[in-house]
Design a protein around this ligand. Structure first.
Ligand SMILES: *Cc1c(COP(=O)(O)O)cnc(C)c1O
Length: 444
């Protein structure tokens, strides 16, 4: 399984006829994984070698795979739009730099992510600021950094931004995130486009926000957009949302004489976590093309579909045990390292690094003191033993980014692979990292 640099993952037939919003499916995780003499290899690197050098648990990412997924979006959009990578999916500075150098922008949701994006080399105009609750301090920093635009999610937030911009003596470029009241077919925790969700502004309120913005010398409306959720595997909800938002853009033109420049379609395209087929970014963009009109430029904010399949979590088996009814494989990674199984009942594919033919029905669990601490539940797993290594696939998005120090565990190291080469891009945390913020406060 060889991956070519600067090319797209797989091929689609762009002229094939499909119903509206349908996306071509294909074996999207054409993952750069194969078995060699030393067991499982990622790109051209033996995972056992990485575990030996950097320890476990360890996150390992393929740079070429990230660039390939990004290129699928960029090539499909061409001159019609731009990609702003959703930093929250995978926030490592050196992965962000890779994405910046490939010509994409960054979609951020906090001041911390702004600092990360800046450290990675993104300029202000390469950054958009999303999120439902931006603080005054975050607005100030965003204005000082001269971002492309801030995404507004309520009338109160817009008023606050106007005030901050007036004090700063600046003009804030804005977009309004419309809540299109559309159900996306995904896990309820990551659906965001329904009227009952906290996200966005109801369509009925949108015009009044743009009226307020266009009347203020400190606000400049430049975009309108939506983001309906994550891990969405069909294009029909995006298409329906885009149609509603375009109708609003038409009304802005007709009723307020206001032409925005960008239509921000958010992120949300899903990936395959198993061996099933999953949607292709180019086909996703193509499915939205029928609603591309009125001279608007597209902005898309993919996260998961850029880096999800580009990362694996490597863990070492500590013990096996059975309680008579059930078998457990206990490994050194836990819910604090990869939260998705506990939070979303996600099922990541799991491969043994040493090729193991025999299978075992078991739970794969970590050392954390919670029954919710499982990485796999009641699954057929390779029948590995103490000391063996396992790779959890598709862990590149919302993996390390959601990790924590729960149970006072040190967060894992991260390694980036480029073909035959690799390098450490985040050191494993130390006890100093863990205790420092408390010890520095002294005994009082
Ligand atoms: C999380 C998020 C994204 C990225 O979602 P993915 O499912 O990872 O593509 C994009 N835009 C906004 C506003 C988000 O909150």
């Amino acid at each position: 399984m060889v991956l070519r640099k600067k090319t797209e993952i797989g091929m689609i037939n762009p002229s094939a006829k499909r119903p509206p919003g349908a996306i071509a499916l294909q074996q999207f995780p054409a993952l750069p994984l194969s078995y060699g003499a030393e067991g499982l290899r990622f790109e051209q690197v033996d995972l056992s070698e990485l575990a030996g050098e950097f320890g476990t648990p360890l996150y390992v990412y393929s740079g070429p795979y990230i660039l390939s997924a990004l290129a699928s979006y960029q090539n499909a959009l061409g001159e019609d739009g731009e990609v702003f990578f959703a930093v929250k999916a995978c926030s490592n500075i050196w992965i962000l730099r890779l994405i910046q150098e490939a010509g994409a922008g960054a979609d951020i949701v906090s001041l911390g992510e702004l600092r990360r994006a800046q450290a990675a080399g993104f300029t202000g105009s390469q950054i958009v600021f999303s999120g439902v609750g931006k603080t005054k301090q975050e607005m100030q920093a965003a204005l000082q950094a001269d971002l492309r635009f801030l995404v507004i999610e309520s009338a109160a937030e817009l008023k606050m931004l106007e005030e901050v911009a007036r004090v700063e003596g600046r003009v804030a470029r804005i977009s309004v995130r419309v809540n299109p009241d559309i159900a996306a077919d995904t896990h309820p925790y990551i659906a965001t486009g329904l009227g009952s969700h906290k996200f966005g502004v109801p369509a009925a309120e949108v015009l009044s926000l743009y009226r307020f913005a266009s009347e203020s010398p400190h606000l400049e409306p430049v975009a309108i957009g939506f983001h309906i959720g994550s891990q969405i595997l069909s294009g029909s909800a995006h298409l329906a949302a885009a149609e509603r938002i375009l109708a609003l853009a038409d009304r802005l033109r007709a009723e307020l004489d206001l032409s925005v420049k960008y239509l921000d379609a958010g992120g949300g395209l899903g990936i395959s976590y198993d061996e099933k087929l999953s949607p292709h970014p180019a086909s996703f963009i193509e499915s939205l093309r029928p609603v591309l009109r009125g001279g608007l430029k597209w902005i898309v904010e993919p996260g998961r579909s850029i880096c999800g399949n580009a990362g694996v979590l490597l863990t070492r088996v500590l013990y096996r045990k059975t309680n008579g009814k059930k078998d457990f494989i206990i490994c050194d990674a836990a819910m604090n390292d990869l939260l998705r199984p506990a939070l979303y009942q996600a099922e990541h594919r799991i491969l043994a690094v040493r090729e193991v033919k025999e299978e075992l029905r078991a739970d794969l669990v970590g050392p954390v003191c919670e029954s919710g601490d499982f990485l796999a539940r009641d699954r057929l797993l390779p029948a590995v033993d103490s000391g063996d290594l396992l790779a959890l696939l598709s862990a590149g998005a919302y993996g390390f980014a959601m990790s924590s120090n729960y149970n006072s565990r040190l967060r894992p190291a991260e390694v980036l692979i480029d073909g035959p080469n690799y390098r450490l891009i985040r050191q494993r945390e130390t006890f100093e990292d863990l205790l420092g913020p408390e010890l520095r406060c002294g005994p009082g």
